[in-house]
Every structure is written in structure tokens, then in C-alpha cells.
Design a protein around this ligand. Structure first.
Ligand SMILES: [Zn+2]
Length: 505
């Protein structure tokens, strides 16, 4: 007895997908199953899950020699999401399921009992299926909502292999089964936070607003307990909401990390805050099997917050160079490389010195200890940080609670400032002043000599470098945008200069 079956699936490299065809040739001979076409370990093990599931569902698998061929052959296939397509191709080879009459991709992991389990990355896999020309998608019941976020696909949810086979035309009446549930969608801790909760620290609140308006990277320096984390978590709320495409990217990256997407897209920019003890893999991405994005990629279109930034290992900080320069991150593994988008706004927080008390009189650190502490951040990272602000502990009763800015107020000012900047940068590749390189800024938006005078004085005394000058000018432009004026004033230049002195000498 011989038979042939085929089914369609997709593989991911980063967020990009490639259509994968699964062909099954069954012939008489000794019972043996070969999987060819660069199957990873999880795909090799799929044969056990497939045969067990087929038996448990009371279906018939080919009994002799079976060759399962995954094409394109040169593409490594990792993950358990190929299970369903493999099982359906096998059932087609044994004549249980008829050939496809519509371009249908199949995604899902099989349990030994035949139930379908949701897989990480359902959303980007579904996007890839649509891009590969599929019009119908069969997924585990628990993944149907997530896959339905992709336009142009008819999504069918199935609780088990037998139900999927029946949806695809097998003459079966499967017993009802309890679907495997997806993990709950985690709540965003920063979703409901308001800037009005911040007492005092006007300069820091101003700096946060400037950072949001110009997409400038920001560093906050202050003693423990000054509220740096509280401020940081309020940055996403004053950033412009995500566009639909951005939100789909963000949800896709989360989905690849194993977080199912909510039934509606979350338009709040992401906030990622890896701990300084985090591994390079958790920050940059990687893992055995399918390559997962790290915090830097998941912060795309949002904020990457590194609290106690000087405590991060230098090697890990250096890995942020590539995303800061190119907006992408490439993870290399033996099984191949994957690229993820990683265009985030960097927010750093640091104590003023290793003991945290510098400036209060109780500091026990030697000057070279302080220099070494910040030295770890120098170079690639601090070079790109336009704003440095001091955050101090608030003394009760002294810092009034009046004139507090709400998140809604700040967000609307930020939106207007961004619109002014986008108008000025129309026709360039940039949309915010924080993205504009120094040489272009000097050439295309020259400032009056009178405005440059304080900057030139600072250059002469060595308190400002050429890069520092460019950063100050960029920030001054954003301040002008926030004040709804055509170009920076001397006041803006002065305030911008003051906002780059966070690191104590
Ligand atoms: Zn100290």
C-alpha cells in the first residue's frame, strides 16, 4: 500500500516568515519514519506525538515505511508548531483526510492524547501564513483569537487533531474534548500609571516630557528611593499611542516570547525593564530551539529601561550598540541567525555613586570609584543619551503638590510637539528630533550665532564636546517644539545645556 499527502505550514526567522510544505510518502516495507529537510530536535520528536495522537483519536496511520519531507530543505525548522501539519499530511497519505481545496496553513502542537496545544509565536506565524498567500488557517482553539488579529485569513480553531481532520473534510464525528487553554494575557503594570502621582522633581518630569516629545534617550541619576523607577514607568503613557502596524509588531514579539496576544491590540507602547542580573540571552534574544526575542526587541516602539545601569555587565551593555545604531538586533545560533526589530527609546537610571549617597555628605566612595562606576556606561551608550537629569529625594512639605502635570496633559503636549517635528523633518528618513544626526542638524537647521555663543564657550572650556553640542541643539529644538515656537531661543539652549549634567564630576 502506498500513499501521498501534503500540508502547508510556516517557519519563522525572527519576525519574517517562510512557507513550509510538508510532504508524506507512505510505502510498504518495514515500519519506519524518516523526517528529512533540516528538522530540529522538536520536529524530530514530532513523529512520536503524531503517531500517538493518531492512535488515541482512533484514526489510521500508514503502517509501513514513511518519509516526511519538509521543504524548502535548506531552511532549519525549529519548534513544535509543525505537528498539526505533519499529522494532517500523514492522515492524507493514509486516505483519511482529502487533499486541500483551499490554500490552508496548519499550526499547532499535538499532545499525546490528540489535543492541540497553543504555540508561542502564533501571531507572527499567522502573519507569515497570510503573506505566503494562505487564505485559511487552522489553529488550536485557544489560539484562534490571537490568529484572528491578522487580516485576510479565515481562522478555524480546533480542540484536537480529529476536529482539525473533520474541518478539513475527513468523514469523522469527533467526540467533544476540553480544549487546552492558553496562558492568561498578562496585565501591563505601567498601563494605569499617571504622571500626576509624581511629587516634586519638576526638572525630571520636564526631562521626561522632552524625552517623549523628541524620542531622546534619557538618563536619570539620583539616590535610591528618589523615584527614578516611578518616573520611568510613566514614560510609555505620555508617548504617542502605537499605530496598528506597530501594535501588531509588538504583539508578535510578545507572542514569540510565549505571551498570547489579547483579543484586541494593545496600543500602549511597551515598557521592558530587565534586571541587571539578566543574562545576555534575556536582553538580546536567543535560546535553544526556536530563537526568541529578548527585552531589547520586545521594547520595540516603546521603552527599554535599565535601572542601576552601571551594574549591567559591560559585555551586555555593548550588545545594545547594534540596535541603537540600526534599530534591529541579530541573534546568531548554530541553527542560523534571526533578526528582530529593536527600535526602542533607552531610559537609564543610576545612583550618583556606588554607595548611592554622593551629594548628601554621607558618601564613602573615592573619586576614582565614582569615575569607574559611570565609566562602564561611557562610549556607545552615553554617546547616544541626549538628556541627563538629576532626580532627588523629595522632602515632604517643601516640594508642593500643586501644579501637577497629568499624563493626559503631557501626552497632548507631546503629540503636538511630535507633529511639529514631523512637519520639519518631512521628506527625511527621521520623524523625531532625537533621531536626527548632528551633521545634518548643523547643515540643514543652522542656528543664529547669538544662540551658538554659550555652546561655543562651553566647547572652548572643554565642558562640552562636539557630540555634546549636537545633543544639546537637538534637545533645544524639541523644547521649542513643546513651546510651539518656530525655532529654539537662548532660554531653550540654556535649559538644554542644564539637562546634560546629570553625572556628577
Ligand atoms: Zn558614594
Amino acid at each position: 500500500m502506498s500513499g501521498f499527502g501534503r500540508a502547508e505550514c510556516v517557519a519563522l526567522r525572527g519576525l519574517e516568515g517562510v512557507g513550509v510544505q510538508i510532504e508524506v510518502h507512505a510505502s510498504s516495507g518495514l515500519p519506519v519514519v524518516h523526517i528529512v529537510g533540516l528538522p530540529g530536535p522538536a520536529v524530530q520528536q514530532a513523529r512520536h506525538r503524531t503517531w500517538s495522537a493518531i492512535a488515541r483519536m482512533g484514526l489510521t496511520a500508514p503502517s509501513g515505511r514513511v518519509v516526511i519531507n519538509l521543504t524548502p530543505a535548506s531552511l532549519p525548522k525549529a519548534g513544535t508548531h509543525f505537528d498539526l501539519a505533519m499529522a494532517i499530511a500523514v492522515l492524507r497519505a493514509s486516505g483519511v483526510v482529502p487533499p486541500d481545496d483551499e490554500a490552508t496553513a496548519l499550526l499547532g502542537e499535538l499532545g499525546l492524547d490528540g489535543r492541540l496545544r497553543p504555540v508561542a509565536g502564533t501571531l507572527p506565524l499567522a502573519r507569515a501564513a497570510a503573506e505566503a498567500g494562505m487564505t485559511r488557517l487552522v489553529v488550536p482553539t485557544a489560539s484562534a483569537d490571537e490568529a484572528s488579529l491578522v487580516a485576510g485569513l479565515r481562522v478555524l480553531g480546533a480542540p484536537s487533531l480529529a476536529h482539525a481532520a473533520a474541518l478539513l473534510g475527513a468523514e469523522l464525528e469527533p467526540e467533544p474534548v476540553e480544549p487546552v487553554l492558553a496562558d492568561p494575557v498578562p496585565a501591563r503594570a505601567h498601563a494605569a500609571l499617571d504622571l500626576a502621582d509624581v511629587v516634586g522633581n519638576r526638572d525630571a518630569v520636564d526631562a521626561l516630557e522632552v524625552a517623549a516629545a523628541g524620542a531622546h534617550h534619557l538618563m536619570m541619576v539620583g539616590p535610591p528611593g528618589a523615584g527614578k523607577t516611578m518616573l520611568a514607568m510613566r514614560l510609555p503613557g505620555i508617548l504617542p499611542p502605537l499605530t496598528q502596524v506597530q501594535a501588531l509588531d509588538v504583539a508578535s514579539l510578545r507572542s514569540l516570547s510565549g505571551e498570547p496576544a489579547a483579543p484586541t491590540l494593545d496600543l500602549l507602547p511597551p515598557f521592558e525593564h530587565p534586571h541587571h542580573s539578566a543574562t545576555a540571552v534575556s536582553l538580546i534574544g536567543g535560546g535553544s530551539g526556536a530563537i526568541r526575542p529578548g527585552a531589547a526587541a520586545r521594547a520595540t516602539h516603546g521603552v527599554l529601561f535599565l535601572d542601576e545601569a552601571p551594574e549591567f555587565p559591560r559585555t551586555v551593555l555593548d550588545m545594545l550598540r547594534q540596535p541603537l545604531e540600526s534599530g534591529t538586533i541579530t541573534v546568531h545560533r548554530a541553527a542560523g541567525a534571526a533578526s528582530f526589530p529593536a527600535r526602542f527609546q533607552l531610559l537609564l537610571a543610576a545612583n550618583p555613586c556606588p554607595c548611592g549617597q554622593f551629594g548628601s555628605g554621607d558618601c564613602t566612595c573615592a573619586p576614582q570609584q565614582r569615575r569607574r562606576y559611570f565609566g562602564r556606561l561611557s562610549g556607545p551608550l552615553l554617546d547616544r543619551v541626549d538628556l541627563q537629569v538629576r532626580v532627588d529625594r523629595v522632602v515632604p512639605g517643601v516640594d508642593g503638590e500643586r501644579h501637577r502635570r497629568t499624563t493626559a496633559d503631557a501626552a497632548s503636549r507631546v503629540t503636538e510637539a511630535r507633529a511639529r517635528a514631523a512637519h520639519r523633518l518631512h521628506g527625511t528618513e527621521w520623524t523625531a528630533m532625537g533621531h536626527v544626526p548632528g551633521p545634518w542638524l548643523r547643515r540643514s537647521l543652522p542656528l543664529d550665532r547669538a544662540l551658538l555663543a554659550p555652546l561655543e564657550r562651553a566647547l572652548e572650556t572643554g565642558s562640552l564636546t562636539m557630540r555634546g553640542l549636537d545633543r544639546t541643539v537637538r534637545v533645544a529644538w524639541t523644547m521649542a517644539d513643546l513651546d510651539a515656537v518656530a525655532s529654539p531661543s537662548l532660554t531653550h539652549i540654556g535649559r538644554a545645556l542644564a539637562l546634560r549634567k546629570g553625572i556628577p564630576a
